[in-house]
Design a protein around this ligand. Structure first.
Ligand code: LMR
Length: 397
């Protein structure tokens, strides 16, 4: 039966972590996967999470099946983070949220649902985008194409190109947009540019699928939701995949959510009923533990405060690392200007390193970056920054 099965290539991101784990060099650095490490190079266990988890253990209970759409408090919390506490949408019944298996799981159930609804639609993702976007929508049966996004010359946004691509799209094309902290480039449109993007999406009757996996890593939890809020304020029917993997440092718990904003409460009830069928035939219902932790934190004012302070500290540390990387590279006398790294937001920087330079970093120095040159700034720390900068200086010399 399996004779003809070909060996698949490693995953471009998680496969790199497999390689990194097998590397025995003590000074190795994993700048590949989008994971936040503290200044000691350790994955943090947030205090807000620890407290919530202790309380859950104290009140230990058996685990029944969750509802197909997940924990109600979790879904309400996720929705409130996206739409804002005072949003009239929260009470309107027009928005629905289903707990999902990470941001990836949210994208996948959204994609499966859309495939039923718009079987012939095309999906547009940014050029470049998170590697799994294309794979995931293709797996769901869509033809995936790109819209212009990154300008390698300026290390910034090709805004004219982006608008032109969106204007040329057929009505009902599904457009995947990164609502903040673009992965992999770290380059986001400005608030004014988003206004124009929304207008084009509206005029061209495109279907916006907003991916927000890094809420809180740009300017703050509220600030980073502004693009989501802009879309819904413009009366657009929108799908939103969100994730708590990074913001709660709960990667392995698969804590994500899919939120859909419909045009009426009645429509929302119909949509949820169909989404539940998609979930039921995928994984039946979500797991309890991670969702219970996130729900406790989001619904307790005390834990919420601790969490947003911790998230703020992560954000500040990443910013400090961006600055240090630029400073240290400059101090090494590098002729290239790396100041664009300071303008990028979130965990990633599209460093401009070529595939050959990335390979040298890995082979000669044990520093792992994605082949496209994406590096995870959140994995830099005061102990490895000199080594990383020295190594980069050597490969670009
Ligand atoms: C990344 O882009 O590195 C993260 O989103 C992790 C993943 O699942 O790829």
């Amino acid at each position: 039966l399996f004779d003809s099965v070909e060996l698949a290539p490693r995953d471009p991101i998680l496969g790199l972590t497999e390689q990194y784990n097998a590397d025995t060099r003590p000074n190795k650095v994993n700048l590949g996967v989008g994971v936040y490490y503290d200044d000691n190079g350790r994955l943090p266990l947030l205090e807000s999470v620890r407290k919530a988890e202790l309380a859950l253990v104290e009140a230990a209970s058996a685990r029944g099946y969750l509802p197909i759409e997940g924990i109600a408090g979790y879904n309400k919390g996720a929705q409130t983070l996206l739409l804002g506490k005072g949003s009239p949408l929260l009470e309107s019944g027009r928005a629905l949220t289903a707990q999902a298996l990470g941001g990836t799981g949210a994208l996948r159930i959204g994609a499966d649902f859309l495939k039923q609804l718009l079987p012939a639609a095309k999906v547009l993702i940014s050029n470049p985008s998170w590697e799994n976007h294309r794979a995931l929508f293709e797996r769901a049966g869509f033809v995936v194409d790109t819209y212009a996004y990154y300008d390698a010359q300026t290390h910034g946004l090709d805004f004219d190109g982006m608008l032109a691509s969106l204007k040329a799209a057929e009505p009902r094309t599904i457009v995947v947009l990164h609502a903040c902290c673009h992965n992999p480039t770290g380059v986001d449109p400005s608030a004014e540019q988003w206004q124009q993007i929304v207008q084009v999406v509206k005029e061209r009757q495109l279907v916006p699928f907003l991916d927000i996996a890094y809420q809180g890593f740009g300017d703050g939890v509220e600030e980073d939701a502004s693009v989501v809020r802009l879309f819904v304020q413009n009366d657009l029917t929108v799908l939103i995949s969100s994730s708590f993997s990074k913001s709660f440092s709960l990667y392995g718990e698969r804590v994500g959510a899919l939120t859909l904003v419909c045009s009426s409460k009645e429509e929302s009830a119909r949509v949820l009923s169909q989404l539940k069928r998609v979930i039921r035939t995928n994984y039946s219902n979500p797991p309890t533990h991670g969702g219970a932790i996130v729900s406790s934190v989001l619904n307790s004012p005390e834990l919420y405060q601790i969490w947003t302070d911790e998230l703020g500290a992560m954000r500040q540390r990443i910013r400090a690392m961006r600055q240090q990387l630029v400073d240290v590279l400059k101090a090494r006398g590098i002729s290239q200007d790396f100041s664009f790294v300071l303008k990028q937001r979130g965990m990633f920087s599209y460093s401009g390193l070529t595939p050959a330079q990335v390979e040298r970093l890995r082979e000669e120095f044990g520093i792992y970056a994605i082949g496209t040159g994406r590096i995870c700034v959140a994995a830099l720390n005061s102990k490895n920054i000199d080594y990383v900068a020295d190594s980069i200086a050597k490969v670009i010399a």
